[in-house]
Design a protein around this ligand. Structure first.
Ligand code: ATP
Length: 270
């Protein structure tokens, strides 16, 4: 049962160099997660406690999971991921039990980075907290907070949560000692997109006419995940055309295709 809802990676392979355009965010994640794991004495000497939990928020596909994985890789920690939606269950007590299991697994794998995606699923502002389903969700959240209280901040388990719905969050989870470090992870700007294009074409056979600066300019509003999809799609165009080299035209076609996929033509009749 555990394996289905929890993803455990003993040695994640994502590195900081695989992440484009999030320099400030990475610095903050490293300061708050990596530093206390690698050098707890630093915090002792100054007499402060590192943040208990870090919350990453921003649109989907911007690299939140990647950053959590990269910091786990850097600290030789096990990466343990669970989605908040997996914690919302029909049976009373099941969500809280899964949270206990999650931390049990983390303790068995120390050092560990626990990544809880879609934290909003268990920590939303409620419109009607009287229905039993909501009460159950609240109990799950309380269990998570009590697990976080239960361990030493300088211990070898760090918690990173992520959400696309910051506006929906119950502010109670942002109080000191909880998820008290907030890091916004936005969509990349033009410079960031160019970097992400370069990262995802490192192993591609790219023709000389390909200009990533131009592609970055022409791909406004795309997330990192979208940019990655464009590079794969561009490769598909080359394959269809029986070429091993991917040209600027392939990237342009891919960009255009993705644009159209995003906006289905509702006027079409079937
Ligand atoms: P979600 O909120 O949907 O879970 P996320 O922010 O956690 O999204 P990731 O899972 O980290 O997004 O990103 C999905 C994929 O998109 C990554 O595996 C990577 O290939 C690519 N990607 C996203 N952002 C970046 C980035 N900043 N640099 C390089 N690649 C990126």
């Amino acid at each position: 049962v555990r394996a289905q809802v929890m993803q455990v990676e003993e040695s994640p392979t994502v590195g900081y160099e695989d992440i484009g355009g999030l320099d400030d965010q990475l610095r903050e994640v490293r300061e708050t997660v990596e530093l206390p794991m690698e050098n707890p004495g630093l915090f002792d000497n100054v007499g402060i406690q590192p943040p208990s939990g870090v919350l990453l928020y921003g649109p989907p596909g911007t690299g939140k999971t990647m950053m959590a994985k990269a910091v786990a890789a850097q600290t030789d920690a096990t990466f343990i991921k669970m989605a908040g939606s997996e914690l919302v269950h029909k049976f009373i007590g099941e969500g809280a039990k899964l949270v206990r299991d999650l931390f049990q697994v983390a303790r068995e794998h120390e050092p560990a980075v626990v990544f809880i995606d879609e934290i909003d699923a268990i920590a939303s502002k409620r419109t009607d907290s009287k229905t039993s389903g909501d009460a159950e969700v609240q109990r799950t959240m309380m269990q998570l907070l009590s697990e976080m209280d239960g361990f030493d901040e300088r211990g070898d388990i760090r918690i990173i949560a992520a959400t696309n719905r910051f506006d929906m969050l119950d502010r109670a989870i942002l109080r000191p000692g909880r998820f008290d470090r907030l890091i916004e992870v936005p969509k990349p700007d033009e410079v960031g997109r160019a970097k992400i294009f370069r990262i995802h074409t490192r192993d591609m056979n790219v023709a000389d006419d390909v200009d990533f600066e131009v592609l970055a300019r022409e791909s406004e509003e795309l997330s990192g995940a979208d940019v990655k999809a464009v590079t794969t799609e561009a490769g598909m165009y080359a394959i269809r055309d029986d070429r091993t080299e991917v040209r600027m035209g392939d990237f342009r076609n891919a960009l255009e295709k993705l644009d159209h996929d995003d906006e289905p033509d509702v006027s079409r009749t079937f």
